[in-house]
Design a protein around this ligand. Sequence first.
Ligand SMILES: C[S@@+](CC[C@H](N)C(=O)[O-])C[C@H]1O[C@@H](n2cnc3c(N)ncnc32)[C@H](O)[C@@H]1O
Length: 419
Amino acid sequence: MDLDVTGVAHQGVFVARHEGRVVFVPDAIPGERVRARIVEERRRFARAVALEVLEASPDRRPHVLPEGGIDRAPGQRAGSADFGHIALPRQRELKATVLADALTRIGRFDAAEVAGWRLAVSPVGAEAGRDATDRPGLDITARPGRRWRTRETLHVDDAGRCGPYAARSHTVVPVAGLPLAVDELEELGAHRRPWPGHERVQLVIDEAAPFDAPGRARVIVDGGRGRTVLRRVHGVDFAVDEAGFWQVHRDAPATLVDTVAGLVDVDRIDADAPHLDLYGGVGLFAVWLARAGLAVTTVEADARASELAARNAASLGRVDARCEPAERFLRREAQQAPAGMYARSLVVLDPPRSGAGRRAIADLVRLAPAQVIYVACDPVALVRDARLLVDAGWRLDRLRAFDLFPHSHHFETVASFVR
Ligand SMILES: C[S@@+](CC[C@H](N)C(=O)[O-])C[C@H]1O[C@@H](n2cnc3c(N)ncnc32)[C@H](O)[C@@H]1O
């Protein structure tokens, strides 16, 4: 069927209508007319794949990954860059639309008020006119939206071929290059080699090695061997498990610590109050807050990450790294902490894609801290949790969004809430 694409939805798909029913279709752009095939029918909506562009948007570009283009059969398109066919400024406008829609439709924030916020999803690092990485010699302004990934995950198929998966499938699509990866990762050439007998190959940067030295890029097969790599933020080193979580965009950690630091409401909090960094990973925010003089408890469920958080913060002396689920920590504090203990505290939380959820937010509300700064990689999870906070008497007072994942539909949002 031929579809007129009119909007953007969450998760990298676009919206059209056919015979009164919504059809979600990837690889399109609002304003385009595409030929598509239905692949899934539900009562209220259908899913389609785009086969051909009949009327192209002026924002259509050759796909950033040649193997991800619409000229390939749908099941053979590399799925790791689902906005890769769209001009970068338009990608960011679409992300801002997704954020505004999430706030109004799911978060039930007032549409006129949200429109007045003029939400933008901002470029970061060199693309924003500054190099947040403190690394010499890199100019990604000439290659906007490329060369930002400091970790690449390639899947391996039964024949030993590696590459990203095709969209919504486990078909491995071999690729000739890794245009989103920093140069050192592509230069490893791992994406061109066979990996028989393995499931997954990860390429990561290790900043323990000096710039341009061999060994800055590492190949990690399957789950890794428990070694650490060093990552650097404004000159401060963090040990990270080679296969563990660290923000992927080269400029993300610096952007996020600067943003969180900039949002802290110094009139509401006391340095000596007990501050929290929930879902803390290897301690990125805890270390930053401790360096600013705050005493911080960082809570992380993964034992290895928590151990590294303790190590990363050891010299600061003001960080207590706890290994447990954040929900359990919050439950216990909500039940046992003396009333008013957190009244002058800051809580930073950076949960996984699913968000913190109803129980964690209810217990957070019981702690009644002075300010909550929520770092979110999923706008829908954020607005669900934001609605719970607002219904409990909190106010969303500032919101920033960053394009930490150019050429994909993902972006990062940082929201500040006060009572
Ligand atoms: C988005 S990452 C953020 C990590 C850190 N803030 C950073 O920026 O590097 C989310 C972290 O939450 C951890 N995590 C997942 N579920 C958790 C839970 N229920 N309680 C505590 N931590 C959890 C993950 O292991 C991961 O380290």
